[in-house]
Design a protein around this ligand. Structure first.
Ligand code: NAP
Length: 265
């Protein structure tokens, strides 16, 4: 008999690597838990989320397009979820109360692998992922966080909200983070480089690409070419998942097991 369930609420979730990653971690620690895909439309999201604690669920991840709705639905929220303005992790109390967290922010910092304190960072993208990354960099003491977005108004709005600096064109920085979907929708390296203005940037110290795909993404390839340390999107996925796993189970996440499962697809 299963002790507990967890899952990922999204629309779509068919291609999520989270079930493979979490189920491998449960197995490695001998936990009788199961992690499942929970496809749900925006219209049915609140009712579905509310029903989970009564159906054996101890926690859930939340992905596109529900992350903002997840925060407003929750009964309590961590400082990270409130600061980012969106949640990707639910923890369910015995009485059914929902606590929302944002492990995208902390997971990004874990994946970055060094403190951004005193560094200049450039965040490409002002969507949901850009918001979590920009907030995390500010919280961790980056000296400057520049936000660029294809649609400039979104960069201006996010920068105003977080008291950061919008830029109308990408500028050189120590840390460059791709938080756009370029690399998913644009696979061609030259075209992706043009879309993100990569050619006009000096080589950064670290490049983080949130996008992950079967092949090395154009931004990962660029980072390697210019000699930066490169962190790919799968490492960010693993680190946000590890933080969720620890919240739900109280156990130290088996990172290598999670990495291997995420990379196997
Ligand atoms: P989102 O809210 O839909 O935002 C998409 C962003 O991409 C916007 O900034 C958008 O700019 C930009 N964009 C799309 N096409 C572009 C193009 N051709 N040129 C320049 N910019 C373009 O999505 P999101 O939730 O932020 O996610 C962004 C990416 O991060 C996705 O690929 C997602 O899979 C990935 N992600 C990965 C992780 C992880 O754990 N590795 C976690 C979260 C997200 P406009 O505003 O101009 O449309």
């Amino acid at each position: 008999m299963l002790t507990a369930l967890a899952g990922v609420l999204g629309h779509p979730v068919a291609h999520s690597r989270s079930p493979a990653m979490h189920n491998a971690a449960f197995r490695a620690l001998g936990l009788d838990w199961r992690y499942v895909k929970l496809p749900v439309s925006p219209a049915l999201f609140p009712e579905t989320a509310r029903a989970l604690p009564g159906s054996g669920y101890r926690g859930a991840n939340v992905t596109i397009p529900h992350k903002v709705a997840a925060l407003s639905l929750a009964d309590a929220a961590t400082a990270a979820a409130r600061g980012v303005g969106a949640a990707n992790t639910f923890s369910f109390a015995v009485d059914g109360a929902i606590e929302a967290d944002n492990t995208d922010a902390g997971g990004f910092v874990d994946a970055l692998g060094e403190s951004p304190r005193g560094r200049r960072a450039l965040v490409l993208g002002a969507g949901g992922a850009g918001r979590a990354v920009a907030w995390a960099l500010r919280e961790e003491g980056a000296a400057e966080v520049l936000i660029w977005n294809r649609t400039p108004q979104r960069a201006t709005e996010l920068a105003r909200e977080l008291e950061l600096e919008p830029v109308s064109a990408p500028r050189s920085a120590d840390i460059v983070v791709n938080a756009t979907s370029v690399g998913l929708d644009i696979g061609d390296a030259a075209e992706a480089g043009r879309a993100l203005g990569l050619a006009q940037l000096d080589a950064p110290i670290v490049v983080v690409d949130l996008v992950y795909a079967e092949r090395p993404t154009p931004v990962v390839a660029w980072g390697e070419r210019v000699g930066a340390r490169v962190v790919d999107g799968l490492e960010v996925l693993v680190r946000q998942g590890a933080r969720s796993f620890e919240r739900w189970t109280g156990e130290e996440p088996p990172l290598d097991v999670m990495r291997a499962a995420a990379r196997a697809g």
